[in-house]
Design a protein around this ligand. Structure first.
Ligand code: ARG
Length: 277
């Protein structure tokens, strides 16, 4: 598999910790991290992803324990990017750093209205057939951001309402896969959003993830070609993915689950192609 045109942004966990609680997974995990294990797990993830993509590193910052979750830096589409404006104040100091990074790396940035919450690729996922952006709202991104995203990127935004606080970013419960497949956990969405999903993704392309797998962050996967890199999946889910032509690569990420994130949250795709209309 070629790695060209496939860059992924990651941030080493040198200063990773659980110091505050901004999602339900973090509660009770303050001081529960094994930082050596976190480093080891992150390195294994980096090595695994590096087989299929080129890794780009952004330097960590001593005061920003969640900066390791680069999916929340912003979202990229072609040479444009929208940097995040975090809902929890605890992560707002990451914003200028990521903005600067996008500018230094040649992305045209949207000036998103500062009053609007938006948490980047954590809540904004390109359908892998390139037709639209699945965009979450309800916890960490506000629906007011959706129109701005659609206009700036000039691509349809499909608004998906998240209803379960454990699945507070769309990338925790929803993962578009190559050739229009979709791995997702239906109870995390409201009725209208499930309908929006079902009208766009035909039944044979929907891969339903149960509560157990969703709790193991199976939907928080990095998909590159036919590989699906994730923390853990049940044999049943692996078999279902295999039938659809995918191969699962497991990398243990227990320490990051304690902060409410897993493989996908630890990565940001930098080469999202603009598809011809
Ligand atoms: N502790 C981080 C937060 O609550 C985890 C972020 C996970 N990122 C993601 N893309 N789901 O913001």
């Amino acid at each position: 598999m070629t790695t060209s045109g496939n860059r992924i942004l990651m941030c080493p966990p040198d200063h990773f910790s659980v110091e505050y609680v901004i999602n339900p997974w973090m509660a009770g995990n303050e001081d529960a991290l094994d930082i050596d294990r976190a480093r080891h797990q992150w390195n294994r993830l980096r090595e695994t992803v590096a087989r299929y993509a080129e890794i780009v590193i952004i330097d960590p910052h001593p005061d920003l324990p969640d900066m390791v979750f680069t999916a929340n830096a912003g979202v990229v589409y072609g040479n444009k990017a929208i940097a995040s404006h975090f809902m929890p104040k605890e992560r707002r100091a990451e914003e200028p750093i990521f903005k600067q990074w996008f500018r230094d790396n040649g992305f045209e940035l949207l000036k998103l209205d500062e009053k609007i919450g938006f948490e980047g690729a954590g809540d904004c996922l390109l359908d892998r057939t390139g037709q639209w952006l699945w965009t979450g709202y309800g916890f960490r991104t506000e629906i007011e951001a959706h129109a701005e995203i659609q206009e700036f990127f000039d691509i349809e935004v499909v608004s998906i309402r998240l209803t379960d606080a454990r699945f507070y970013h769309i990338d925790t419960c929803f993962c578009p896969l190559t050739d229009g497949f979709l791995m997702y956990h239906p109870p995390a969405f409201d009725y209208e959003s499930r309908l929006a999903i079902e009208t766009r993704v035909p039944p044979h392309k929907r891969i339903i993830v149960d509560t157990m797998d969703a709790g193991n962050f199976a939907c928080n996967a990095i998909n590159i070609g036919d590989r699906v890199i994730l923390h853990r999946a049940s044999e049943a889910l692996k078999a279902r993915l295999m039938l659809a032509g995918f191969e699962v690569v497991e990398v243990r990420l227990t320490e990051f689950l304690k902060a409410g994130g897993s493989a996908k949250c630890l990565s940001l795709k930098l080469d999202e192609p603009v598809w011809p209309k």
